[in-house]
Structures are given as structure tokens and as C-alpha cells.
Write a protein that binds this ligand. Structure first.
Ligand code: GLY
Length: 401
């Protein structure tokens, strides 16, 4: 069995490791003990309902073998359930299990579960330790690393993504590659959207070849060695960005860049009735796992958002040739990754623009967009004209038949 890959994360609020490898959940107890210095008496394990029972049992057995008393709380992996009400239920579960300040919350699930349970860990008794065990590709390469936690808030404009939250770094991230074996294909591809996003900004964070490397390997991306390298390289990008700007304070060159594709994406995924157009216009696979997946996955919305951002960049660029090439490259990469570039059922441009203006990435009255630049870089723009935004929205509309 290949040795696990270990990526250090150095944040101002604490250092920790992201460990990537096969069958790591069987070692959760001992690895948690090492990361924390000693294993706590009590653990609340928060898992999403899509995680197989066998995976939950593996984690529980490993924690139990170290003498931990564990309680399990299950959550729905649905943006509507990433709510203050769900956080309250988890806080009450922690209290009912008599967790104290020295105890631990372990997260087993995708990005949504990690954000929600991480938020609970940041608030329970003003903060307890959390260990993230991501079970989706998206959570492994992005959400579990960097300490962003939060829940959505309702509003008359629809859900406001991650509007209540906290920075709360995990003490350890354990990315068990075996968890990906049972991950539905659509969810796996959703995670590739965050990898492509990283490829579009990696040149400024020490990996200028990531975009080309990823594209060349997409046809074999689920091969274990390739997958492990994909995750490691993406986690390194994330670790570098977070190490430089943990709290997203840099106005133009830091963590804000990770929002590439997300201003469009957050609007798209929170608008009711919007669905991704499957690549090539094919219908999405009919077989739905239990519980059913949401109509629009986060990564699918990000994929469409990457397309929109590339079109916006081309519309703003004085150098039309390379910018137009980049739009083609992004669309080709999305297609090769099995990700959508278009959405069905989008409302009018005005409704979408209004939604985008309620995103928390606004800077005062100004919409802050991250746009890709040819050569594996991205930049923060506060001056994107409305005509470019409308052009991008036109480009991502699926042709209704
Ligand atoms: N997913 C964006 C960030 O962690 O900053």
C-alpha cells in the first residue's frame, strides 16, 4: 500500500496536517491522538446521510479502540439544511453527549457537512477541536482545508450562502481515498470543478503546470496514483493560499482568488429550479443514489461559474485572442471532466445580477469578481462592466428546446 501523502498547513491560528492515502479511517483513533496530544474522552461524530454505514462504523471502531465514547449525528447534505436550525440540533447533540472543552467533533462527509459541523465546533463552548474526514473529492481538495465554516441564511432573495460563519481550523484532515470508491460519479465530477479552479490560479501558488497536468490525466483520473497526486497537488495550492492569507484580508492576491467561479456559482446554485445541462447536452444519469442528490451540486454551479468568469474576462480583455482561447480551453476542460458549462431554467439576467449583488463577496456597493488570466493566473476585479456580466450570463444559458 502506498505511503500516505502529508501536506502541512500553517495558519496563524495553528498548524496541522492534511493526510491523503488509502484506508486512513481505520487509523483515525491513533492519528487523532497524535494530532491532539491525547485522545479526548468524548467524540461527536457528525456524518452526512450519504456516507455508507460501513464507513461510519470504521471510524467509530477506530475511535472506540482508543477508548473514546462516541455519539453519532446525521445531517442532510442539502444547502437548505445547512442552516442555523441544523447547527442548533448539532449543538444540542454535543451537549446531550456531555462534550466538554477538551472533547472533539469529527466530521465524516462532504463539504457541506464539514462547513456545518465545523461551524458547530467553532461555537460549542466557544470552540472545541474538530477533525475533518472528507469523503468527497470536493471536500478533500477544498472545503476541509483552510478553516472556513458556516451556514446559509434565508432571505427574501433566496438562500445567502455561508452568511453566518467563523474561521475555525481543524486539528487534522484525514482524506481516506477509499471513501471515494463509493462516491457517485456525479459527485466525484463535482469535485473536479474545484480542481480546475485551482488549475486556473496555480501559477501564482507554486504549481504552474497543474492545469495542463490535470487536463492530460482527466481520462484516467480515478486511477489511484493519479487521484492521490491530484488531491495532493490541489491541497498544496489551498495550503499555500491559506498560509498566506488565512482570513481573506488581502484585497487582491490572497484567499479571495479561491472564489473564482463562485460569485456566479453561488447565485446559480441558490436559484430555485435551475439545473445543470449535462455535458454534450445529454440527460443526467437516471440512477440516483439514496438519498437523492440535489438538482444542482456545488461543483456543478462552480463549473458553470468558471465558464461565466472566463467569458467575462474575455469581454473585459483588450487582447481578444488569448482571452477567447481561454474561454475555449475552459469549456473543453469542463467537457472533458464531465462537468456542465451551461444551466437550464435560469431566470432573467436582472434576477441573477440581483442575486450576485447579495453575495457576501461584495465590497461595499461593488461586485468583486475573480477572473482568469491566460497563463494559469487569476485576478480580483472590481470594475467589471455590467455589459460583460450580461454577456457571461448569455453564454451560460442552455439552449432551451
Ligand atoms: N473555498 C474557498 C476558500 O476556502 O477560501
Amino acid at each position: 500500500m502506498p505511503a500516505p501523502r502529508v501536506i502541512p498547513v500553517s495558519a496563524s491560528s495553528g498548524d496541522y496536517e492534511v493526510v491523503v492515502g488509502p484506508r486512513l479511517l481505520a487509523e483515525l483513533g491513533p492519528r487523532a491522538s497524535r494530532a491532539l496530544g491525547t485522545l479526548p474522552r468524548r467524540v461527536l461524530l457528525v456524518a452526512d446521510r450519504g456516507v455508507p454505514q460501513a464507513t461510519i462504523d470504521l471510524a467509530l471502531a477506530s475511535l472506540g479502540s482508543e477508548g473514546c465514547s462516541c455519539a453519532v449525528a446525521l445531517v442532510n447534505a442539502d444547502e437548505r439544511d445547512k442552516s442555523l436550525a441544523a447547527a442548533e440540533r448539532l449543538l444540542l447533540a454535543a451537549s446531550a453527549h456531555a462534550l466538554d472543552r477538551a472533547d472533539l467533533i469529527v466530521v465524516l462527509g462532504g463539504g457541506l457537512t464539514g462547513d456545518l459541523a465545523g461551524f458547530v465546533a467553532s461555537t460549542y463552548m466557544r470552540g472545541v477541536n474538530v477533525i475533518q474526514c472528507p469523503t468527497t473529492l470536493l471536500a478533500m481538495v477544498d472545503a476541509s482545508v483552510g478553516g472556513k465554516t458556516g451556514v446559509n441564511l434565508p432571505s427574501p432573495h433566496g438562500l445567502l450562502k455561508n452568511m453566518a460563519g467563523a474561521f475555525h481550523q481543524p486539528r487534522l484532515v484525514l482524506a481516506d481515498l477509499a471513501a471515494l470508491d463509493s462516491l457517485p460519479e456525479r459527485q466525484f465530477r463535482s469535485g473536479l470543478a474545484e480542481c480546475l479552479k485551482h488549475g486556473l490560479l496555480a501559477a501564482d501558488f507554486g504549481d504552474p503546470g497543474l492545469w495542463t497536468w490535470t487536463l492530460a490525466r482527466l481520462p484516467r483520473i480515478r486511477e489511484p496514483a493519479i487521484l492521490a497526486e491530484l488531491i495532493e497537488r490541489n491541497v498544496r495550492i489551498k495550503a499555500t493560499v491559506v498560509g498566506n492569507d488565512e482570513r481573506e484580508l488581502h484585497p487582491s492576491a490572497g484567499r479571495a482568488l479561491l472564489n473564482l467561479g463562485h460569485t456566479f456559482g453561488h447565485a446559480i446554485e441558490t436559484l430555485p429550479g435551475v439545473t445543470p445541462e449535462a455535458p454534450g447536452g445529454l440527460a443526467p444519469p437516471p440512477k440516483q443514489p439514496t438519498p437523492p442528490l440535489p438538482a444542482m451540486l456545488h461543483g456543478e454551479a462552480v463549473a458553470i461559474g468558471l465558464h461565466a468568469a472566463a467569458v467575462c474576462a474575455a469581454a473585459c480583455s483588450p487582447d481578444a485572442g488569448p482571452a477567447a482561447m481561454l474561454v475555449q480551453d475552459v469549456c473543453a476542460a469542463l467537457h472533458a471532466a464531465g462537468l456542465p458549462a451551461h444551466a437550464r431554467g435560469l431566470p432573467s439576467d436582472d434576477v441573477i445580477l440581483d442575486r450576485m449583488r447579495h453575495d457576501k463577496k461584495m465590497l461595499g456597493e461593488r461586485l468583486r469578481l475573480i477572473l482568469p488570466v491566460p497563463g494559469g493566473r487569476s485576478e480580483v476585479r472590481l470594475d467589471v462592466p455590467e455589459v460583460a456580466l450580461r454577456q457571461a450570463l448569455r453564454a451560460i444559458r442552455a439552449k432551451e428546446t
